[in-house]
Design a protein around this ligand. Structure first.
Ligand code: WQD
Length: 332
């Protein structure tokens, strides 16, 4: 029996594939390579000694998706594949709804047809919108402020309705906070297409001279130093969270929702100062206007995952900053 990882050559997907192989799982990757490269497969082989089976398939191509399930015995699916830029989604909402929702519907229909009823879904803390307080627990109100986050919320609802219609399904919904960092080998990491929207990919490109200066979006938030506070989580800790979620879907039917965060909030200035300290590099930055759609403070209460999945993040911000930079150094 195999584990199908959709989006498995992507940033979080590839780190999860490494942990799956390390655990002895047989992995099949589906990816359309729209935001990743085929070279990631060789990097996974360098790290694990195993070259996972790969299909260059888009979830909108239901016939090719059917072939994957016909040619392999898929026990469960970890579903990462989807467009994921909050900013981009505001400009092209129809592409986001078609790609993320129709793609997921194709996947779920094909899974049901082949009696594959275990799925782990890559959701996002952005389903909490502007939280009423921090830290955030899983029972907080859900509301979204952009099409990307709305696709995540819609898919959560689809999964809930699917379970109501067929309670043989085992479903884990994982709400990620801010994944950063890279595998200790420096062989896999985050390679955003074009100019990075997110903080760490931008900082490392200021550090390597690709950009001159980091724009800090606002220093007038009601936070300790006025800059935005987020729950940064090491991507390897996040990947290990999926391994724990896999045990859950193998043993319990139903819909299970977990925050995957550290439970700690760090400001933009905390991240800059930590990055500079551990890598001995100066990061030039300047304060500019707030970014539309940003919120001041967002970090998790991760106790539920600790209690029910026996999972907690182990790597600290210093390790995240070290590994992010190590990936860039190794990519040169
Ligand atoms: C972090 C902080 C910015 C860039 C988004 C999605 C979330 C998840 C992670 C998918 C904020 C500040 C950033 C820069 C800055 N993605 N910043 N200058 O917006 O918290 O979360 O990405 O699931 O769903 O919403 O992450 O890294 O963009 O921003 O000052 O050049 O860094 O204002 O305070 P964000 P981010």
């Amino acid at each position: 029996m195999s584990v199908l990882v959709t989006g498995g050559t992507g940033y979080i997907g590839s780190h999860t594939v490494v942990e799956l192989i390390n655990k002895g799982e047989d992995v099949v990757i589906l990816d359309n390579l729209s935001n990743s490269t085929i070279e990631v497969l060789d990097k996974i082989k360098q790290i694990t000694g195993v070259l996972p089976k790969f299909y260059k398939v888009d979830l909108l191509d239901i016939n090719s998706l059917e072939d994957i399930f016909t040619q392999n015995s898929i026990e469960l699916v970890i579903h990462f594949a989807g467009l994921k830029s909050l900013t981009e989604s505001i400009g092209i909402p129809l592409e986001y709804y078609n790609n993320n929702i129709t793609g997921t519907l194709n996947l779920l229909k094909t899974m049901k047809k082949h009696n594959c009823k275990k799925i782990i879904f890559s959701s996002s803390a952005s389903v909490y919108g502007l939280p009423k307080a921090v830290p955030i627990t899983e029972n907080f109100d859900l509301h979204t402020t952009n099409p990307y986050a709305t696709t995540k919320l819609m898919i959560e609802q689809i999964l809930n309705d699917l379970y109501i219609s067929d309670n043989e399904f085992s479903i884990c919904i994982l709400r990620y906070f801010n994944p950063i960092g890279a595998h200790e080998s420096g062989l896999i990491g985050e390679i955003p297409n074009g100019k990075p929207n997110n903080l760490l990919p931008y900082i490392v490109r200021v550090a390597n001279g690709q950009y001159d200066c980091l724009n800090v979006f606002g220093n007038d938030y009601k936070t300790k130093d006025g800059t935005g506070v987020r729950d940064y989580i090491h991507v390897v800790d996040l990947a290990i969270g999926h391994i724990k979620a896999m045990d859950k879907v193998r043993n319990d039917i139903g819909v299970h929702i977990y925050n995957l965060g550290t439970g700690k909030g760090y400001s933009v200035l905390d991240v800059i100062n930590t990055f500079e300290k551990v890598n001995n590099i100066k990061i030039k930055y300047k304060f500019v206007q707030r970014r539309p759609g940003d919120i001041g403070e967002c970090y998790a209460n991760a106790n539920k995952a600790k209690e029910e999945l026996n999972w907690e993040a182990k790597r600290d911000l210093e390790q995240m900053c070290k590994d992010s930079w190590n990936f860039i150094l190794k990519s040169k």
